[in-house]
Design a protein around this ligand. Structure first.
Ligand SMILES: Cc1ncc(C[n+]2csc(CCOP(=O)(O)OP(=O)(O)O)c2C)c(N)n1
Ligand SMILES: [Mg+2]
Length: 548
């Protein structure tokens, strides 16, 4: 081929390389082998996995931790459908990623092509945008558009199918095939000065205001500005990224003071189930609202739900709105007693937890597990916490205070933590990564220990092993009675030996006294590790100062 010609797949690889999007989470397949070939000679690094959903979870965690778009390559057909299952986790967590799927050749569509499937239609409900590239000329510019959409407004996943024949096609090289760097960047919707002042004055006129920040502001990079906003306004700013919503154990006894608020400012935070739809008795009927959201539909939803109690609205991105509110702050809110009351409620944890121990021999109570975890985070302040899975996942969210964390998020999906931990290590190569998950959750992606060993991306999976799908078992106990529990039992399996068998480090822990040293050994091993901790089967905490 003459040198002035370029292959479609090379356009894709070079676009990613030029944009610095060089970490690719992928699993091979016929349709994307041109991309694998095109990666040779570029800076692209392929982290190739054992299940396509894991690649999406990795890109999701990567996006949340780096603030840059995660990139996934998967094959067409079943490779794509496996990957698609993980998109709703990233969508609900407002995490930017581009899923590139291989696809039957465009010339073969409708003719019974191998793995022919309406992939773009399938991904549509779980993405911000989803389409099939229509010509080789558009491969680079469509990719740039996909990245920009993923990063803009409320961030989220975008899916792009790239037909095999377009990736293989050779066309004359020319400048317009290669998008400029700014074509991949997000389009920002800033909060105007008038809107910022209006919200500020509204906050000042309320007696007991609260600011609730949505999932995208819970990602690394926004936490310091959120704390700053609270400091300059003297108004509590609460990050919300848990499907447990107002009962998120990270927010302590927040649900107890929420009904006292007379103004709730939703900063990129959806009016949804996590707030119990902000209805009484969770929120007082006279409470007013203000909304800043990049999506006009999200603003309209609050208007529909709350009518004339909606006191101010602005269509603006959450990140820039946060900065504008800080810039326009003048004096702290006069009701500092209210701020203290909110902080006291959200920081409240039952004193009994400090000394709680397990009743059953050979097992730990989850708070004992978390005590040792907190010590590990004290020793490694740069460590990243990944939390997942059912009842056990709630305990570290309540009690461990890492500088950076990734949780499965509002989708309430389990299973993502092993891939997310691997991606966290790739994003922060010198930081220990500790992922806490249930035994059920461990099973979803345990083969990714192989990926972590191969790619030298160590992390520690701490399994709270109660030999149960306990979150669902607890529902059965509560709703249907102790005689009607079934279908949620698991075995007390040796997941530590699974890690060992795949080339990692494994520890079995059956007493609280042994856990700190086991965690130390796991971190020091420099290998992907599993600390398999036998725990009691207890319900997750719902924190109240005055339990009913
Ligand atoms: C993908 C997915 N499948 C099923 C569920 C329902 N679910 C939520 S928690 C849970 C049990 C988790 O068990 P485990 O990981 O062992 O944690 P535990 O609750 O036992 O602490 C299940 C099945 C879900 N949320 N997401
Ligand atoms: Mg369990």
């Amino acid at each position: 081929m003459p040198s002035q010609h370029i292959r479609g797949a090379d356009i894709v690889a070079r676009t990613l390389d030029a944009a610095g999007l060089t970490t690719i989470f992928t699993l091979s397949g016929n349709h994307i082998m041109p991309l694998f070939d095109a990666a040779i000679g570029t800076r692209l690094r392929l982290i190739h996995v054992r299940h396509e959903a894991a690649a999406v979870h990795m890109a999701d965690a990567w996006g949340r931790l780096t603030g840059r778009c995660g990139i996934v390559w998967v094959s067409g057909g079943a490779g794509f459908t496996n990957a698609a299952a993980a998109l709703c986790t990233a969508q609900a967590a407002e995490s930017p990623l581009v899923l590139i799927s291989g696809h039957a050749g465009i010339k073969e569509i409708g003719r019974g092509a191998f793995q022919e499937l309406r992939q773009a239609d399938m991904a549509d409900p779980v993405t911000k945008a989803s389409w099939t590239v229509q010509s080789c000329v558009e491969l680079g510019t469509d990719l740039a558009k996909a990245s920009s959409i993923a990063m803009s407004g409320r961030p989220g996943p975008v899916h792009l199918s790239m037909p095999f024949d377009l990736l293989e096609e050779h066309i004359e090289d020319r400048a317009e095939l290669h998008p400029r760097a700014d074509a991949l960047a997000p389009r920002m919707l800033h909060l105007g000065a008038d809107d910022a002042r209006q919200i500020r004055d509204l906050l000042g006129s309320a007696a007991r205001p609260l600011i609730l920040a949505g999932p995208q502001l819970c990602h690394s990079g926004h936490l310091a500005p959120l704390a700053k906003l609270q400091a300059v306004l003297g108004v509590a700013v609460l990050p919300m990224e848990s499907p447990r919503g107002i009962n998120d154990p990270r927010l302590g006894a927040f649900a107890e003071i929420l009904p006292k608020a007379d103004l709730i400012v939703l900063l990129g935070k959806a009016h949804d189930f996590t707030l119990r739809f902000a209805d009484a008795p969770f929120v007082q009927p006279a409470c007013r609202f203000a909304v800043m959201d990049s999506e006009p539909d999200a603003v309209e939803r609050v208007r529909r739900e709350k009518g004339d109690r909606l006191a101010a609205t602005a269509v603006a991105d959450a990140g820039p709105a946060l900065e504008a509110l800080i810039a326009h702050a003048v004096a702290p809110h006069p009701n500092l007693a209210w701020l203290s009351e909110v902080i006291a409620a959200t920081e409240y944890r039952p004193a009994a937890w400090d000394t709680l121990t397990a009743r059953e021999p050979g097992k730990l109570h989850p708070v004992e597990l978390c005590r040792a975890l907190q010590q590990a985070f004290d020793r490694h302040p740069d460590a990243i916490l990944v939390c997942d899975g059912g009842e056990i996942g709630q305990w570290p969210q309540a009690t461990v205070t890492p500088a950076r964390r990734v949780i499965n998020g509002p989708a309430g999906s389990i299973g993502s933590s092993i891939p997310m931990a691997i991606a966290a290590r790739a994003a922060a190569p010198s930081s220990p990564v500790i992922a806490v998950m249930g035994d059920g959750t461990f099973g979803f992606h345990m083969a990714e220990f192989d990926t972590a060993v191969r790619c030298n991306l160590p992390f520690v999976a701490v399994v709270g092993n109660d030999a149960t799908w306990n979150a669902e078992h607890q529902i059965q106990l509560r709703e249907y009675g102790p005689n009607r529990t079934h279908g949620c039992e698991l075995l007390p399996s040796r997941y530590d030996l699974v890690a060992q068998a795949l080339g990692g480090h494994g520890e079995l822990v059956t007493s609280a006294a042994d856990l700190p040293a086991a965690l130390d050994r796991a971190i020091a091993s420099g290998k992907p590790a599993c600390v398999n901790v036998m725990i009691e089967r207890v319900p997750a905490p719902v924190i109240r100062r005055n339990p009913a």
